[in-house]
Design a protein. Structure first.
Length: 98
């Protein structure tokens, strides 16, 4: 399983708009072929910090996600909301087994 943790820092005035845009991306992403999870996490201590947990059956499925219209729309809408560039951290999912 191919997992990416996407670390996002959002400008304080953009938190609600970021959540709304990310909800739309989440709802479409979980319907993609090969998607296993697409969780959106918000820090309890720093509400401007988010982690997107994106799990796909294979790296090719994760790459296909970046070619979808909903991803492109999300990327473009949230670009100006970022307090810093987002950072993707790749992992190999071990358990549960794919």
């Amino acid at each position: 399983m191919h997992v990416t943790l996407v670390h996002v820092s959002v400008k304080p005035e953009c938190v609600e708009a970021f959540i709304a845009a990310t909800r739309a991306n989440h709802e479409a992403s979980v319907r993609e072929p090969g998607n296993r999870r697409f969780d959106v996490l918000q820090s309890s201590q720093e509400p401007t910090r988010f982690v997107l947990y994106e799990a796909y059956a294979a790296a090719a499925d994760a790459a296909a996600h970046k070619q979808t219209p909903h991803y492109a729309a999300w990327r473009d809408v949230v670009a100006s909301m970022m307090a810093a560039p987002r950072r993707g951290e790749p992992f190999a999912g071990l358990f549960p087994a794919p």
